[in-house]
Design a protein around this ligand. Structure first.
Ligand SMILES: Cc1cc2nc3c(=O)[nH]c(=O)nc-3n(C[C@H](O)[C@H](O)[C@H](O)COP(=O)(O)OP(=O)(O)OC[C@H]3O[C@@H](n4cnc5c(N)ncnc54)[C@H](O)[C@@H]3O)c2cc1C
Ligand SMILES: *[C@@H]1O[C@H](CO)[C@@H](O)[C@H](O)[C@H]1NC(C)=O
Ligand SMILES: *[C@@H]1O[C@H](CO)[C@@H](O)[C@H](O)[C@H]1NC(C)=O
Ligand SMILES: *[C@@H]1O[C@H](CO)[C@@H](O)[C@H](O)[C@H]1NC(C)=O
Length: 502
């Protein structure tokens, strides 16, 4: 029954275009899943289609969408049109038009869901030292961008947009030295040697915005929300037909959209496409006065190290690191759906599937904490960016590991699966998808219908074997210089007993 990928593609096209599927199942209710559900519910072509969204449920909070350990949830996310890549910069402009709707309290950007306090992007003046994974980089197909290259390209893009937009031009400024950076930051701190500020960028309250979207989805009356954990995809021949839940229920659908974030690799073989990487965060409690003093600070991101500080939400300041991250290779409980349908089913025992990096979070592992070396990095960023004596040694109220689905180029994967009919994948967020929440669902539906968007043709494709990049780690230059392939459990073991400030 195995079919060539071109006939599978033709079949998928006929399912999605000439006769819209009568049922769609979306796995995951994060940015990708929830926005897709809303866009489908509003699209005429899908007026007669039943739409179901399933997400893992936290037993203590049944029916929480998305799950509390999803990438799409905590207080704040940067919304920046400052990309080294023009297509993403333009997509963010489109999204910001929605974020900026604040006239009525019911608008997306109102009630503190979006604030435009600016973004300072800083970098080093020297090219950074080569990362550990030299072999990978030499084999890389695209030249690797350094943090400074990234910041300069992004600055060039912002300037070229500003050339056509006097309003934007008035809101950007180069920060050629540490003193200029200190003036723009306004906390007394500085970071990096060169940078720029864009007051057209801001931040969104992630949890509040996801909850706003969930309300919009509920209002349509079109979407069934199911709490449950998918353990495997159901299939016959070369077609995916639904999903099986941990409690034994089966949800059937003509089209299954896997939008399971960093967990996607547990359901679909993503070897060579994307890898789950753990990123670190820490939160510091502030007094009311401290909160007031920092409330209007810009976001500051040091692209040399990936360390950044976000303005406070609810008297909590957040420090984080955007880097190559940790991996967590585990043997999946159920083998993920293979790249190609096997036909006939193998009679000889198949070897166990290779390990897959999957999220390890405090929801499934309550004793989990970030490695002491990571906590020390976050502490260093706090001391440099907000150098207040009172905060210097204030203990972190909480730390968190948050998981990206990272692709080698940081492009998303929003595509029909090349070999399985009835399967669409929306993942590979690469740690930068939140800002697109207001627009990404519609683009995903366009991709389901094979109707563009033209500027992401190729970028958002499932990569064919020949195009698969030899490096598995993100090399877009936005990540601070860091070692590739650090295994979380090894680092935790090695640093056991070490103090945060060691
Ligand atoms: C620490 C951190 C900081 C970030 N900062 C920014 C930023 O500043 N700006 C920005 O634009 N972006 C940022 N991002 C990225 C952005 O948050 C993500 O790109 C986006 O949230 C990804 O959404 P998603 O839907 O792919 O994944 P998720 O939000 O993780 O959603 C996936 C959902 O699928 C569910 N799921 C998984 N497996 C199963 C299963 N088997 N059965 C049922 N359900 C399942 C999960 O429970 C989860 O709710 C950040 C991300 C992190 C982690
Ligand atoms: C902030 O605090 C309020 C009241 O305690 C709460 O309702 C809200 O959810 C909090 N917001 C975030 C993002 O934590
Ligand atoms: C954020 O926006 C809300 C209104 O939408 C406003 O009340 C609040 O003061 C703003 N905060 C900052 C830091 O600008
Ligand atoms: C910021 O970047 C500079 C290089 O310009 C680096 O030396 C410094 O350690 C970085 N600071 C943080 C907190 O990441």
């Amino acid at each position: 029954m195995a079919s060539s990928s071109s006939s599978a593609a033709a079949a998928a096209a006929s399912v999605a275009c000439s006769s819209p599927p009568s049922s769609i199942l979306i796995i995951g209710s994060g940015v990708f899943g929830l926005s897709t559900a809303l866009a489908l519910a509003r699209r005429d072509a899908f007026a007669h289609c039943s739409i179901t969204v399933v997400d893992r449920s936290d037993p203590s909070q049944p029916g929480a969408f998305p799950s509390p350990d999803a990438a799409s949830i905590d207080a704040s996310r940067i919304v920046r049109a400052d990309y080294a890549d023009k297509a993403y910069a333009a997509l963010c402009n489109e999204a910001q038009a929605e974020w900026r709707r604040q006239a009525s309290p019911a608008d997306l950007g109102a009630r503190g869901r979006y604030n435009e306090t600016g973004l300072i992007l800083v970098g080093d003046a020297e090219p950074p030292a080569p990362a550990a994974d030299q072999a990978d980089q030499e084999a890389d197909l695209k030249p690797k961008l350094t943090g400074l290259d990234y910041a300069r390209k992004s600055w060039a893009n912002v300037q070229s947009l500003a050339a056509k937009d006097p309003e934007l031009a008035a809101r950007i400024r180069e920060l050629p030295n540490p003193d200029a950076i200190r003036d723009a930051l306004g906390t007394g701190g500085s970071s990096g040697a060169w940078g720029y500020v864009n007051y057209n960028s801001g931040w969104a309250n992630a949890a509040a915005s996801m909850s706003w979207y969930l309300d919009r989805v509920r209002e349509t009356g079109r979407v069934a929300l199911v709490a449950g954990t998918v353990v495997s995809l159901e299939h016959t021949g070369d077609a995916v037909t639904g999903a099986k839940l941990a409690d034994g229920r089966v949800l059937s659908a003509d089209l299954v959209i896997v939008a399971a974030g960093a967990w996607t690799g547990a359901l679909v073989d993503l070897a060579g496409q994307a890898i789950a990487t753990g990123q670190v965060l820490a939160y510091v409690d502030l007094t009311e006065e401290e909160h007031e003093e920092l409330a209007n600070m810009p976001v500051i991101l040091n692209v040399s190290t990936g360390l950044f500080v976000m303005p406070p939400v609810n008297r909590t300041l957040k420090i984080a690191k955007h880097f190559l991250g940790y991996i967590n290779p585990v043997q999946p409980a159920h083998p993920p759906l293979p790249l190609t349908p096997r036909s006939p089913p193998p009679t000889t025992p198949t070897p166990p599937p290779p390990p897959v990096s999957l999220p390890r979070t405090s929801l499934t592992d309550p004793t989990l904490s970030i490695p002491p070396s990571a906590a020390a990095d976050l502490r260093r960023a706090l001391r440099e960016m907000v150098p207040w004596p009172a905060l210097r040694d204030r203990p972190f109220a909480k730390t968190r590991l948050c998981w990206y689905s990272d692709t080698p180029t940081a492009d998303f994967i929003i595509d029909h699966h090349p070999n399985w009919r009835g399967l669409f994948v929306a993942t590979g967020d690469s740690g930068h998808a939140f800002k697109f929440l207001p627009v990404i669902g519609d683009k995903i539906v366009d991709r389901i219908l094979r109707e563009g968007p033209a500027e992401f043709e190729g970028k958002w494709d499932w990569k064919a074997k020949t195009e698969a990049l030899p490096t598995r780690f993100t090399q877009d230059g936005s990540r601070g210089v860091s070692e590739a392939g650090l295994v979380l459990s090894d680092v935790l073991e090695k640093e056991e007993g070490e103090e945060e400030e060691a």
